[in-house]
Design a protein around this ligand. Structure first.
Ligand SMILES: C[S@@+](CC[C@H](N)C(=O)[O-])C[C@H]1O[C@@H](n2cnc3c(N)ncnc32)[C@H](O)[C@@H]1O
Length: 227
């Protein structure tokens, strides 16, 4: 099984200090919702995020959405070989059932995440997403990892993703840690927690490109396609 942890992902409700910002009030009002119950979204709340601590990397529910779309729809997931975990900047852990059929529409996905923050589980029956609090990245890796832990970073030893991940798939379970943030580095010392940290390319890649490369190589190495 390949476990993929989207680490320190920038998914959160509008923080207390931003709730009363006019841009937040306006955006929430348009949706008939209270600002504090809405998901922070840089594509809508850019004015409020300017000058806010870490403002240039916060509010990226789209990264979580793409991560889940690519993972849940993959051939590997259909074959029962994939486990997806979302860890957030506020140390929440979101468990996602592999049977989930995720909506393509991003505003609807954001609405679902708002329900998840409110109720802890969505939908009620059967529960497909579960949000648990108090999970540092260290704890996620310590308690949830299966097999060796490989962290992905732009700044690490370069590997050929196809050769590397197809060989890993032949070797057994693996846990992969990738950052769910758009800029900068992990805030946790991931290199210390991981068995190995590798880079796929000298430039920074988007989460969807990373997922595509890794999944294709792992599927190949797992023998999911004819020779
Ligand atoms: C949008 S990037 C964050 C940008 C950040 N500067 C970086 O690459 O470390 C999100 C995540 O994708 C993975 N990633 C992006 N580019 C990569 C690369 N060239 N090699 C390996 N992993 C990469 C890393 O796990 C990164 O945290």
């Amino acid at each position: 099984v390949l476990t993929v942890v989207l680490a320190e992902s920038e998914l959160e409700l509008v923080p207390e200090r931003l709730k009363h910002h006019p841009a937040m009030q306006k955006a929430a009002g348009r949706r008939g919702e209270r600002a504090g119950r809405t998901i922070l979204d840089a594509s809508v709340h850019h004015d409020a995020l300017r000058g806010f601590p870490d403002g240039m990397r916060r509010g990226r529910p789209d990264m979580v959405h793409f991560f889940l779309l690519l993972g849940l729809d993959s051939v590997l997931n259909k074959a029962g070989g994939l486990r997806l975990l979302v860890h957030t900047r506020n140390d929440e852990l979101i468990r996602v059932s592999p049977e989930t059929r995720i909506m393509r529409n991003q505003p609807r996905f954001i609405g679902l995440m708002e329900q998840l923050y409110r109720f802890g589980v969505v939908p009620q029956d059967p529960p497909l997403f579960r949000l648990e609090r108090g999970w540092t990245l260290e704890r996620v890796i310590r308690e949830e990892a299966k097999g060796p832990v490989v962290a992905l970073s732009e700044e690490a030893r370069r590997v050929n993703p196809h050769r590397y991940f197809s060989e890993k798939a032949r070797a057994g379970d693996l846990t992969l840690v990738l950052g769910g943030f758009p800029k900068g580095d992990f805030r946790t010392d991931v290199r210390k927690l991981a068995t190995e940290t590798v880079s796929l390319h000298p430039e920074s890649l988007s989460i969807w490109t990373v997922m595509t490369e890794v999944l294709a190589a792992w599927e190949d190495g797992s023998g999911l396609f004819p020779e």
